[in-house]
Design a protein around this ligand. Structure first.
Ligand code: HEC
Length: 127
């Protein structure tokens, strides 16, 4: 009985150590920028998510096939929106800059999470 308890305790502490180790690895791993850009592209192009191509061209991305022109082409955003908070706010809820906008309020309407919008900004900044 005693031996069984000890084994159980040992197993438990091993699991905790493993867990801490994995958490540390995740925290120390370098941020993979490319995967952020790729995830952002998928979210921006996905018609059930960002669906940005319904209204915007993204001229620097050859994979962004669309003839949409309801919104301005999304280009040179890193230089035109150097403040990441401003472009994030535009995607979160464009009514902040234009109360009559037709752009969906992706954050306020919970179409996209903050994390998903961050990935889309990574993608836009790369194009
Ligand atoms: C239904 C159409 C529509 C959709 C869908 C849409 N937008 Fe827009 N967007 C607009 C319009 C129109 C504007 C022009 C400014 C305004 O009216 O708010 C705009 C402006 C912008 C701007 C500012 C561009 C500039 O040059 O000033 C950004 C950035 C932007 N949109 C990003 C996005 C992203 C990212 C998505 C997808 C997650 C998206 N938009 C989806 C219509 C849309």
């Amino acid at each position: 009985m005693r031996a069984h308890k000890a084994a159980q305790r040992w197993r438990m502490s091993w699991l905790i150590a493993l867990n801490l180790g994995l958490t540390a690895c995740a925290a120390l791993a370098p941020a993979n920028h490319d995967s952020g850009v790729e995830a952002g592209r998928r979210l921006a192009h996905d018609w059930q998510k960002g669906n940005c191509l319904a209204c915007h061209q993204i001229p620097a991305d050859a994979q962004a096939q669309t003839s949409a022109n309801i919104g301005p082409p999304l280009q040179d955003l890193r230089s035109r929106f150097p403040d990441r908070a401003k472009i994030t706010a535009q995607i979160w809820d464009a009514r902040g800059t234009n109360p009559d906008t037709v752009m969906p309020p992706f954050g306020s309407a919970r179409i996209l999470t903050r994390d998903e919008i961050d990935r889309i900004v990574d993608y836009l900044y790369a194009h």
